[in-house]
Each structure stands twice: as structure tokens, then as C-alpha cells.
Ligand binder design. Structure first.
Ligand code: SF4
Length: 300
């Protein structure tokens, strides 16, 4: 079974969400920023941060000129803050090595810091209209259902070829890619697909009577009590302060498990998101002046 491009594109034209990074006049850099942010964070949380970000730093060189600490502050509560650091590094490389222009081919995009297989293809497709397969979890699930009659399928090396075979041969290909993604995000969702609203006349999974997945659905990752939560609390303290803070100001944010707290702080130092001053205080990257090597055991 195939995936009917005409049905899908007619639906996308009337049902697509008005997301700011899809509007006319948005640059390739701004689309790349959205893809970094959307990697692990839902649209609703990304939208306000992205709008502020591109208004403040509309180009790679503007982003590269910002301090690492300001970039971490602007990242706010999007989570997984290593992405902010990688985006800053990516901006620097584009500004210095690519004339402040985001490359338009997948191979060159893949050489940029923080740009993986998905992001490279998403930028080539959504920013430059290239006919390249773009596969995220939504696309993989829609293809598994419509074409293969399965509830979902795990990531596979065949995914790209699988999706490329479905792309229209003409200039509709980029819109087709974003439309499949949109269908997976808004209609053909993982837990409760809204088949009554589906524009597709043929779907192998529906035709087979919705056979259950062989593997039970993965539970969403919990956040409360994880090292991620502790890292977020520690960063909140440093984001709010313009000057380095004493260790006690960080210790107080997580008193239930001091081993976990120390581990979280050490990981922030190791990731280069936080640094320690020569007199033992802590600051966001770039705001600690001369800092110590985290491997040298500076936490006491
Ligand atoms: S019919 Fe249902 S399962 Fe099939 S693609 Fe549409 S929403 Fe998904």
C-alpha cells in the first residue's frame, strides 16, 4: 500500500498548524534553530522561546556573537541544555566557515556541530525545498501504519529508503514530507489515532483491524527525581545571577540526595555548561573567569 500524496496534501493545506517557523520569510538559520529546539521539546514550549530567540539573534553571526551564558539563559526551560551549547557552536561555524549562510546540502549540514541525520535532512527539505526523506518518530509511525499495516516500527536503517520511495517525484516532495509529519503529530498519534479525521482513504493498519504492536508502547520518560531535574534546578540558580555564586547557593536546591546533586553539578561542569572560579564559586559557561578543570576534583 502507498501513501496518497493528493489526499495528504489537500488535508495539509486546510489543516496545518500555523507554526511560526513555517511562515514566509523565515530564514534557513531560523528553521535550523527551530529544529534544534524541537528535537526533544514539544511545540507549545518551543514557540515563545523561538520567537524571542530569532528576534534577538536573527542570523548565525548574531548568535555567535552572543555569550555562551546569554545563550543558556535564552534557552530557558526548554531542557537538554547541551543543545543550546551545540547551537551556539553551530552558529559560530556557519558564521566563520560558511559566510553566515546555512549550507543547503545534507552532507555539509552533517558536518555542523549538533546537526544529526534528522536535522540535516529537515533543514535541507524545509528550508531549501530539497527532495530528501525526513524521518522522525511521527513519520516512522505513519508509514508503519499506512504502508506496512503495523502499529509502529522501531528505527531501522531502511527508514530513509522506505520514506524516499513514497516521496512524489516533483516539487511537491518537501510539502509531502512536512505533511506526513503533521499527520503523525496531530491525527495519527501514537496512543490514540483519530482515524475519523484522517484524510487517507487507504491505511493498511486500519484495513487489518488495528493489530496491536508486538512490543508494548514505551512509557514516557519521567522527569521528577531525575538527574535532569537536578541539573535544571542548578542551572536555574545560575541563569538568574549575573555573578558567580557560592556552592551553598547551589546545594540548597536539592537536599534530598546530595550524591545525586553532586553528580548533576559535576556533569554540568563536564558538559561545559557551568564553570568554577579560582576561588571555588560557580557560574554559567564563560562567566566564571579563570576556571578549574572539572577532572581535577574541584567540587569540595
Ligand atoms: S487511518 Fe488511522 S491509523 Fe491509519 S493513517 Fe489515518 S489516523 Fe493513522
Amino acid at each position: 500500500m502507498s501513501l496518497a500524496a493528493d489526499e495528504l496534501l489537500a488535508w495539509y493545506d486546510r489543516a496545518q498548524r500555523d507554526l511560526p517557523w513555517r511562515r514566509r520569510g523565515v530564514s534557513a538559520w531560523q528553521i535550523l534553530v527551530s529544529e534544534f529546539m524541537l528535537q526533544q521539546t514539544p511545540v507549545a514550549r518551543v514557540e515563545p522561546i523561538w520567537l524571542d530567540w530569532v528576534a534577538r539573534w536573527p542570523t548565525p553571526s548574531a548568535t555567535a556573537a552572543a555569550s555562551a551564558a546569554d545563550v543558556l539563559r535564552a534557552w530557558g526551560k526548554l531542557g537538554y541544555p547541551r543543545r543550546a551549547k551545540r547551537l551556539h557552536e553551530c552558529a559560530t561555524v556557519i558564521a566563520t566557515e560558511h559566510g553566515d549562510v546555512v549550507p543547503d546540502d545534507v552532507e555539509t549540514l552533517l558536518t555542523l556541530p549538533g546537526v544529526g541525520a534528522y536535522t540535516a535532512r529537515a533543514v535541507a527539505c524545509f528550508a531549501y525545498g530539497k527532495r530528501v526523506p525526513v524521518v522522525d518518530t511521527n513519520v516512522r509511525r505513519v508509514v508503519a501504519r499506512v504502508v506496512h499495516g503495523r502499529a509502529d516500527s522501531p528505527a531501522s536503517v531502511r527508514d530513509l529508503a522506505d520514506v524516499e520511495a513514497l516521496l512524489p517525484d516533483d516539487d511537491r516532495a518537501p510539502r509531502f514530507s512536512v505533511a506526513v509529519m503533521e499527520l503523525g503529530a496531530t491525527v495519527c498519534t501514537a496512543r490514540s489515532p483519530r482515524c475519523g479525521l484522517c484524510p487517507l482513504g487507504s491505511c493498511a493498519w486500519r484495513a487489518a483491524g488495528f493489530p496491536p504492536a508486538a512490543e508494548p508502547a514505551r512509557r514516557p520518560q519521567r522527569y521528577a527525581g531525575t538527574d535532569r531535574q537536578v541539573r535544571g534546578r542548578l542551572l536555574d540558580v545560575l541563569r538568574a545571577r549575573a555573578a558567580p555564586v557560592p556552592r551553598a547557593d547551589l546545594d540548597v536546591v536539592w537536599l534530598t540526595d546530595t550524591v545525586q546533586r553532586d553528580r548533576a553539578l559535576l556533569s554540568l561542569l563536564t558538559d561545559g555548561l557551568v564553570e568554577q572560579t579560582a576561588d571555588g564559586r560557580f557560574a554559567l559557561a564563560g562567566e566564571g573567569g579563570a576556571h578549574l578543570d572539572p577532572g581535577a576534583g574541584p567540587l569540595d
